[in-house]
Each structure stands twice: as C-alpha cells, then as structure tokens.
Design a protein around this ligand. Structure first.
Ligand SMILES: *[C@@H]1O[C@H](CO)[C@@H](O)[C@H](O)[C@H]1NC(C)=O
Ligand SMILES: *[C@@H]1O[C@H](CO)[C@@H](O)[C@H](O)[C@H]1NC(C)=O
Ligand SMILES: *[C@@H]1O[C@H](CO)[C@@H](O)[C@H](O)[C@H]1NC(C)=O
Ligand SMILES: *[C@@H]1O[C@H](CO)[C@@H](O)[C@H](O)[C@H]1NC(C)=O
Ligand SMILES: *[C@@H]1O[C@H](CO)[C@@H](O)[C@H](O)[C@H]1NC(C)=O
Length: 291
C-alpha cells in the first residue's frame, strides 16, 4: 500500500490530473517561463549581432587592424627544395632542371614587360609614401617596378640555366611581406650578406674558402627603399616584392655547405629573443661534380 502511494506521488509530481499541473506548474506557468527564455535569448542574440556589427564598422577594409609588429622580417629562398636544401649533380641535367623550372616560374611575374604594364617607375633611394588624406582613401596604391633584368646573371635572361649547369648556382632571397614596414631612417639601404654557417651552433664562420666568392644582384644585395612601405595586398594590388639574388661563383663541390644570409641594416635586430629566425635564413647547398 505504502509503495503504491509513493509511486503515485512520483507520478503526480510529473502530471497531476486533478490540478492539471506538470512538474508542479500549470500550463500557463510553463508557457510564461518559455516565453521569458525565448525573449531573453532573442535579446542576447540581438545584442551580440549589434556588437559584431559595430565592431566590423570600425575595421578598415584596406588595412589590418591588428598585426604582429615584428621589428624584423622573415626571409625565404627560391628555389626551395625540401628542408631548404639545394642538392644536385652538375653533369646530370635531370637533377637540377627542376630548380631552373622553379626559378622560371617564380620570376615570370617580374618580366620587364609585365612590370612595365603593372607597376610604376618610382624614384629610387627614397620611400614611396602614399598616405591617405583623412577619410579620403588613396586607393588603389601604386607599386614600384622590380624588373627581372636587375638580377642580371641570375635573371634567367642572359643565362637561362641560372648557373646550375656550371656549378655556379643562383639562389634568390625574398623577405616576407611586411605591412607598413620601414627600415630605420638612419640606415641607408639594407644589405643582405651571406656567410658560411656552422650547423647546430649559432655562429657564423668566415669560411670563405668553402663558400667561395659570391656575387649579389642588385649590387651589394641591396633592397631599394622605394619598395617600402608596403601597405598590404588589398591596397597595393600589384606589389612585387623586391628580391636579392646570390650567385655562388666558386663553391666547394661534393661537400655540404651550410650558408646563412642575414639582413644587415641599422635598427634591425637579427635573431632577436622574440624570433630566433627573424632577419636571417639558413640553407644547405650541395653541388656534386664527377670531375
Ligand atoms: C616571362 O618571360 C619568359 C621568357 O623570358 C617567358 O617564358 C614567360 O612566359 C614570361 N612570363 C610572363 C608572365 O610574361
Ligand atoms: C623596367 O623595364 C621596362 C621595360 O623594359 C622599362 O621601361 C622600365 O624603365 C624598367 N624599369 C626600371 C625601374 O628599370
Ligand atoms: C595593376 O595592373 C593592371 C594591369 O595588370 C593595371 O591595369 C592597373 O592599373 C594596376 N593597378 C595599379 C594600382 O597600379
Ligand atoms: C657596395 O658596397 C661597397 C662597400 O660598402 C661600396 O664601396 C660600393 O660603392 C657599393 N656598390 C654599390 C653599387 O652600391
Ligand atoms: C676557388 O676556391 C678554391 C678553394 O676552394 C681556390 O683554391 C681557388 O683559387 C678558387 N678559385 C677562384 C677563381 O677564386
């Protein structure tokens, strides 16, 4: 008997036919609760949408609002094999033709004819500043020509194999695109310099015998100031990153040669604590020759 009462008590808690209550509340009471939560959530969703909208209004479509302002840019090489390694045998065309192909593809947008069509002939040795004046957007912003022919022996024009067939390969260095990056005003021009790099140890060694003589294009490996500042992909649609090419004129054959290139300019900290790889790049060259 007592057990039945208990069971009935449970059942009546869920649904009491006498008072027509469900879980201790009438239908209208439940209705009000649901209504309250519905209104509450609609209000929250509205608030969220409004906040998002207000925030998006403040964003400038042409310039990222938040960006990591690194003081030093990252670098990359072309051609880049796996592991930043260029490894081939001079006498076997099939071991180096992919590097030549990669350079052809990479440099194709730098063809003088393409640059003349897309970009502007800027005044060299000074920043190409194109600020917005107030709310008036200076858009789209122009970009400066970087002609492939500047790279001379490493342009693929005069020497269509970039020296790979003679064991004097060219390596092209580019900086990552840095929005609004300008070099320290005191620096004249940033210079790339490459030296032999002792692998595993964070040090340069002046092992010029092994690395041999280097030739930089443009001369001294400089990046002209006119290519800076860069205002971003949306503002400068036709921007061509300036490049530096290095030709290894007398590198030791049949041996791994680790090379490190660093950007070299006043006000640029190389390998800072924040980013060990900032402003420098290391890669391995191994040029084999059967003779
Ligand atoms: C650039 O020039 C090379 C020959 O020098 C040509 O093969 C290539 O198609 C050109 N690329 C463009 C995009 O015009
Ligand atoms: C790039 O090449 C084009 C076509 O040859 C030429 O008109 C232009 O002056 C060159 N630009 C620079 C900056 O040398
Ligand atoms: C970008 O290049 C195209 C041709 O490819 C040219 O018509 C356009 O004017 C250029 N835009 C700017 C901002 O220089
Ligand atoms: C290259 O650098 C050397 C020494 O810093 C300087 O004497 C020479 O004029 C520079 N050459 C060019 C073309 O900038
Ligand atoms: C090339 O380097 C070797 C040492 O690796 C040296 O003996 C030779 O004189 C160099 N040749 C030239 C032309 O500099």
């Amino acid at each position: 008997m007592a057990k039945d009462d208990k069971e009935n008590g449970w059942k009546e808690f869920f649904w009491n036919p006498r008072t027509r209550e469900f879980c201790g509340r009438t239908a209208s009471s439940w209705g009000l609760i649901l209504l309250f939560y519905l209104a509450f959530y609609i209000f929250l969703a509205g608030l969220f949408t409004l906040t998002m909208y207000a925030m998006l209004q403040t964003l400038d479509d042409h310039k990222p609002t938040y960006q990591d302002r690194l003081s030093t840019p990252g670098m990359m090489i072309r051609p880049r094999g796996e592991q930043l390694e260029i490894d081939y045998t001079v006498e076997y065309t099939e071991t180096w033709e992919r590097y030549v192909q990669a350079l052809n593809n990479f440099l194709s947008p730098y063809n003088d004819s393409v640059q003349a069509q897309k970009n502007y002939e800027c005044k060299p040795d000074q920043y190409f500043i194109q600020e917005d004046s107030g709310s008036l957007k200076n858009f789209p912003k122009r970009s400066c020509q970087f002609n492939r022919s500047i790279l001379e022996d490493c342009s693929g024009i005069t020497d269509r194999y970039y020296g790979y067939n003679e064991g004097k390969p060219c390596v092209i260095i580019k900086l990552n695109r840095m929005i609004c990056f300008v070099f320290s005003v005191s620096s004249v021009l940033p210079i790339h310099s490459c030296q032999k790099y002792k692998l595993g140890k964070d040090e340069w060694t002046d092992d010029s015998d092994k690395i041999g003589e280097l030739k930089y294009f443009p001369p001294n490996g400089t990046l002209n100031l006119m290519y800076y500042p860069y205002y971003g992909k949306k503002s400068q649609v036709n921007y061509s990153q300036p490049l530096v090419a290095i030709k290894f004129l007398n590198i030791t054959m049949n041996e791994d040669v680790n090379v490190e290139c660093r950007i070299n300019a006043d006000g640029i900290a190389v390998g800072s604590e924040r980013d060990k790889f900032a402003g420098r790049i290391s890669f391995k060259l191994r040029i084999n020759s059967r003779y």
